[in-house]
Design a protein around this ligand. Structure first.
Ligand SMILES: [Zn+2]
Length: 256
């Protein structure tokens, strides 16, 4: 008697079940009580959500941390740091159902700002965060001090973590150019570019409250106004209603 077709079928079934349950395991789980308290104490975006959306936010945090490694250079990572990195990642994509940062495998935390040679005690160490390119593709570097400051009450409309994840979203269509083609319907591309350039002129002539770092280029403009949108939505909506509306379309959410 020949058992091999039966054995092959059985093996296939076992493998299929393994993958089904493995994926389920990633999708389940809970944050600990102390994690939830850290979110409540530090993440305003989370505090503003209703209970049902808080649950979704928590799940997205778990999913993110199950696929992206958080590594450290010269410091001890605390639970708070992991949660703040994950929150920075989840906030910009909270309006999308199944977003995965395909172009990211790890986030490296440095104790403080660093320079372009990745030294944090060398000259011109003023970089707070960056998305890796070239051999560093798939990595993001963040200053722990800047990450924590971004979620503190005194940070105003600035948040380094959110800024860097918005660059990553922008990059997901192949170009970090301030125009997230796969999030913005084609007919909004030109109006969006026009709006960026008009606001850049106002910043240039000191007639805007947007951080002048936005003048660097369109990609920086997009990341800077996105920080503003998520950190101080009420002020942005009041002072720049058209910009607020465009960003709501791009991110498919209204943080107010
Ligand atoms: Zn930037």
């Amino acid at each position: 008697m020949n058992y091999s077709p039966f054995l092959i079928l059985l093996l296939a079934l076992v493998i299929a079940l393994y993958f089904i349950f493995r994926n389920k395991r990633v999708a389940r789980g809970n944050l600990s009580k102390s994690d939830l308290k850290l979110l409540r104490d530090h993440v305003d975006f989370y505090i503003r959500l209703d209970d049902a959306k808080k649950k979704i936010f928590e799940q997205k945090i778990i999913d993110f941390l199950s696929v992206v490694k958080i590594e450290d250079v010269g410091l001890d990572i605390e639970a708070l740091d992991k949660l703040l990195v994950a929150s920075s990642a989840v906030i910009p994509i909270f309006g999308f159902d199944n977003w995965r940062y395909k172009n990211l495998s790890s986030v490296v935390l440095y104790p403080d700002t660093f320079n372009k040679d990745f030294e944090f005690d060398g000259a011109e160490s003023n970089i707070m965060g960056m998305v890796g390119t070239g051999y560093m593709n798939g990595q993001m570097i963040l200053s722990q001090a800047a990450l924590r400051h971004g979620f503190s009450r005194s940070a105003g409309k600035e948040n380094t973590g959110i800024h860097e994840f918005v660059h990553l979203l922008d990059k997901s269509d192949g170009a970090t150019d301030g125009v997230p083609e796969n999030l913005l319907a084609h007919e909004y591309t030109l109006p969006w570019l026009k709006m960026m350039h008009e606001e850049m002129k106002r910043i240039e002539s000191n007639k805007s409250d947007i951080n002048p770092y936005a003048l660097t280029n369109e990609a920086e403009f997009f990341a800077v106004v996105a920080e503003y949108f998520f950190e101080r939505p009420e002020i942005l909506k009041d002072k720049h209603p058209a910009l607020y509306e465009h960003l709501s379309k791009i991110f498919s959410q209204e943080p107010l």
